[in-house]
Design a protein around this ligand. Sequence first.
Ligand SMILES: *Cc1c(COP(=O)(O)O)cnc(C)c1O
Length: 374
Amino acid sequence: MSTVPLVDLKASYARHRDAIDAAMREVIDNTRFIQGREVAEFEAAFAAFCGTKHAVGVASGTAALHLTLYALGVGPGDAVAVPSHTFIATAEPVTWLGATPRFVEIDPATGGMDPAALKAVAGEVKVIMPVHIHGQPVDLAAIAEIAEDAGVPLVEDAAQAHGADYTRGDGTVVRAGGYGVAGCFSFYPGKNLGAFGDAGAITTNDDDLAARLRMLRDHGRTTKYEHQVVGYAERLDTLQAAVLGAKLPTVDEDNQRRRELAAAYRKRLAGVGDLTVLAQPPGRRGVFHHFVVRTAHRDALLRHLKEAGVGAGIHYPVPLHLQPAYAGLGYRRGDLPATEAFAAECLSLPIYPELTGEQLDRVVIEVEGYFERV
Ligand SMILES: *Cc1c(COP(=O)(O)O)cnc(C)c1O
């Protein structure tokens, strides 16, 4: 029987092949490998996509987070509010800067940072950095209000949320990365907009912050031979910018397809075993980077799916506050019960724009098949 992968990068390349090959060929022919014009072109196009004034291309999503926190002055002795239910790259740059991640509990319905839990620590942190985890926007208005009251900048880790949107109380729609002081994006190959290697970007409406980030990513340069500050080597590679520029035009339709697939999963999986799906609160339109279900039978269901040739994954099995890397912070099991329960029960099913109706059927049938036997 055919297999259904968790993600299918080959299917994505097949759809975009002509545009990608032509764009890469152009860079290679002109040998503009560093800061070629494709970088600035992609930055302008991505800023327009996000509805922000600026997008600053960088070498990875991790670099986006690192440079943003550095530019905002995070340093030794500071704390930064982040979720524990996320990829470790959300917290690592905090630690590199000599600051401490302050892990905030999640809303179990969505997996995103819980505003009520944030409120309790907002007065003690230098930056508030929620994650639009699984591509689902967090409650930005509630979190922004807390950030404002505390006088602390809000940074969005939007690494999984290209094109997701949030409707404000006044009806205006803001895309992920456009609500906070800055939005940090990853273009890791499997993300909703993926490069052919590592790449990332920072979105912002702040001219000074954008200028500072442009300096920091490129050795603190103001001109070829003048270095205003000690910076980093975290530029967006021109070949990656060319790939991203070729793929950006279809991201909205790709996200729409992901939403249709998610709606089909929700309908077909309702009432199957003890499965629950994540909430989609009104005014917060997600882009389904992952399609996550929860079940007390997670590990056995995952084994069953693997044996049946259905790709499934766990995002993420061990929360950051319980990772060996963060043992030194002194958190214990039980400190963040909603986060820990989520990590124990979550399972990601295959979702990507090229997933066919037949493949979705296969996944649903195998999930149903598992629960018929328990
Ligand atoms: C992928 C990801 C990152 C890191 O991005 P890279 O491009 O892999 O460095 C950061 N945060 C979250 C939530 C991510 O999913």
